[in-house]
Design a binder for this molecule. Structure first.
Ligand code: GMT
Length: 380
């Protein structure tokens, strides 16, 4: 197939999922055309099956805000015709599904290109649910030829918020050869030179991730006498607040901010515990990546996390903000090596059994075929 993919290229889990999906589809022989403002960060190389089409913005004095959505729609339509796309697959509803629908409508006399929208989370739970975006998000869902969501939780949220239920759940996926334990990595010694235990958090440091809770947990763990360090991977608006809180709690020198990293697996592969204290998480891709690296997860019991993390088997879940329980659970795992190892092994087993690329990508391909065939039958 000739597949057009649009993602937010620099920020968030949806861009990672869309990019890795495209790369895998190309490995399976499909032609993938990424259409976005810049080359998605996870897409390090282009080849004869992976192409990139940059959305160019026209600058004009009258445009106080440049109309990206229209520029994207124009580019989608141009690429769809030139490359004979079989479908446009957009990740994150707003504005991508609207641009894709506009592109489809503008060229449908020449070629009907079905639009598939994959919902990732905040496009439904925060942005889409906001009054100012609710009607246009509902329109995007209704007008898409196919809609998928990354968890059962997110499908349910879509039904409740938009009264729209024609949603196929296709969960996020993991490359088990890339995400794995790294027992011989020198990074462990660099991060924990005195044999400290390593707590790792990975996110885009937005408020919804509650990164401050990570330093609260570290402070409690250290106060209980366990020599632990916290490695904060990623960057975003809350980073300086977290730094300040670490200073206040007296754990600044035990907290390392490593910023955005090209290869998260390097850090997860040497971690002892993964912390994900989010307020909301439709899936929790980072928790899946940690589990694949045999790292027990301490997370909140919200959204899609209970679908990904098996409580009492691969991690412990708590109410949002309950840093006391999260600290107790962290200590329990740090002080019991056998428990930690068995949680780690079970986490990897679950990650591979349920979410391996080899299991999930064929679900996307089957969905593409279903939607393309339906569109062809409707046109006949
Ligand atoms: O929160 C983020 O990292 C950004 C956001 C996105 O859409 O880019 O992430 C959402 O999609 C990820 C990939 O499907 C999910 O793993 C995250 O749980 C989800 N974030 C939220 O629901 C807050």
């Amino acid at each position: 197939m000739n597949i057009g993919i649009t993602v937010y290229p620099t920020y968030g889990g949806s861009g990672i999922v869309g990019s890795e999906l495209g790369r895998d589809l190309a490995e399976r022989g499909h032609n993938v055309h990424f259409i976005s403002s810049v080359l998605p960060t996870r897409l390090t190389e282009l080849n004869e099956r992976i192409h990139f089409h940059e959305v160019e913005m026209m600058s004009y004095a009258l445009f106080e805000h440049q109309p990206y959505d229209l520029a994207l729609a124009t580019k989608m339509a141009t690429v769809a015709r030139a490359e004979k796309l079989d479908l446009l697959h957009v990740h994150y509803a707003i504005p991508h599904s609207i641009s894709a629908i506009l592109a489809r409508e503008s060229i449908k006399q020449k070629r009907y290109v079905p639009v598939i929208t994959t919902l990732h989370g905040t496009d439904i739970t925060l942005v889409g649910a906001d009054r100012s975006y609710l009607p246009i998000t509902r329109y995007g869902l209704q007008q898409s030829d196919g809609v998928t969501a990354v968890s059962k939780f997110l499908k349910q949220a879509t039904i409740e918020t938009f009264d729209f239920d024609d949603v196929e759940v296709i969960p996020n996926f993991i490359c088990e050869k890339h995400y794995m334990r790294l027992p011989d990595s020198p990074l462990r010694g660099e991060l924990a030179p005195n044999g400290e235990r390593l707590l790792v958090h990975v996110s885009n440091f937005r408020h919804v991730k509650r990164p401050n809770d990570c330093v609260e947990i570290l402070a409690k763990v250290r106060a209980a006498g366990t020599d632990a360090k916290l490695i904060m991977v990623g960057d975003g608006p809350e980073r300086s607040a977290v730094y300040y809180r670490a200073e206040q709690l007296g754990v600044k020198e035990h907290t390392t901010f490593v910023g955005k990293q090209a290869n998260i697996a390097d850090y997860l592969g040497v971690a002892d515990i993964f912390l994900l204290p989010s307020e909301l998480e439709s899936f929790g891709l980072a928790a899946l990546e940690a589990q694949a690296c045999e790292v027990p997860v301490i997370a909140t019991r919200i959204g899609g996390i209970p679908e990904v993390v098996n409580e009492g088997e691969s991690g412990f879940l708590s109410d949002v903000g309950d840093v006391e329980k999260m600290s107790v659970d962290t200590l329990r795992l740090l002080n019991d090596e056998d428990l930690r190892r068995s949680f780690g092994e079970r986490g990897r087993e679950l990650a591979v059994q349920r979410y391996a690329t080899s299991k999930i990508i064929p679900q996307y391909i089957a969905f593409y075929e279903k939607i393309v065939n339906k569109a062809k039958a409707a046109a006949a």
